[in-house]
Ligand binder design. Structure first.
Ligand code: F6R
Length: 261
């Protein structure tokens, strides 16, 4: 695991955009896994800025999978992750809706939605780069504490903490759905490269537990320690709880440029 402590959320966004662009330049038909939430927004905005300025790669063959989805929202709800990712990233990059797929919250098919999503991932050849955020309770995607480290995509129930954290998108905690479809931790481990973004003091304890604590279902993001290629980009506030943060920065500063992230 490579942990890169940076000075600000903007720096996380700029380096995050570099990682995404490197994946797309390296494989024009790259399959990207996309998290929603606030943390990836500086990365997404930077990708859009570069695309608009003509300096980004071509997204003509890129395919995307959203990481998770709320269950129970009316179709087309602006806070559904499908609508959010279209608005915040894929529409501005010119990636058409048919090349963006997510777990389907259609009420008639919930029992098989996870299985169908897993099949679609396999048919696409797997995810090349999976962008992730971390919950203040250590959740990864919507795998809340206690989730199986081997789990695949399925329906889950959000904790009160996560519903409170996400109430800012809905106006009231009562409007935040209780259920979600989410990639499992085992699904996440199948992606070839994982990019975890963490910014702000509210993430400091969860990030420290995830990367320096024991691997445990009590901190779902600690499953990242089992993956051979993880890049963690964090700002100073999120890095504050890391015992080895100075060492991580030294390693990054001493890294030969040819190695990349
Ligand atoms: C979003 C997701 C969640 C978020 C996490 C952090 O697709 O799967 O795990 O990444 O809740 O959310 P923010 O970035 O809003 O703090």
């Amino acid at each position: 695991m490579e942990i890169v402590p940076l000075d600000s959320a903007e720096e996380v966004g700029a380096l995050g955009a570099d990682v995404v662009e490197t994946a797309v330049r390296g494989r024009p038909g790259a399959v990207l896994g996309l998290a929603t939430g606030s943390t990836p927004l500086p990365t997404y905005r930077e990708l859009i800025r570069r695309h608009a300025a003509g300096s980004g790669p071509s997204y003509d063959a890129v395919r995307c999978f959203t990481l998770d989805e709320y269950v129970g929202l009316p179709a087309g709800h602006p806070e559904s992750y499908r609508a959010t990712i279209a608005r915040e990233l894929t529409d501005p990059l010119g990636i058409p809706a048919e090349r963006v797929q997510g777990p389907s919250p259609d009420p008639g098919g919930l029992a098989t939605a996870g299985e169908r999503y897993e099949e679609a991932l396999v048919a696409a050849g797997g995810i090349d780069l999976q962008i992730l955020g971390i919950g203040s309770d250590g959740h990864l995607a919507f795998n809340e504490p206690g989730s199986s480290l081997a789990s695949l995509t399925r329906i889950k129930t959000l904790t009160e903490e996560t519903r409170r954290d996400n109430a800012r998108f809905f106006g009231s905690v009562d409007d935040v759905p209780r259920h979600v479809l989410t990639q499992g931790l085992g699904t996440i481990l199948r992606a070839r490269h994982l990019l975890l973004l963490a910014t702000g003091a509210a993430k400091a304890a969860a990030l420290a537990a995830a990367v320096e604590g024991p691997v445990s279902a009590s901190c779902p993001a600690s499953v990242l320690q089992l993956h051979p290629h993880v890049t963690v980009l964090c700002d100073g506030a999120a890095a504050a709880g890391l015992a080895r943060r100075e060492h991580y920065r030294e390693v990054y500063d001493a890294k030969p440029a040819w190695q990349g992230l």
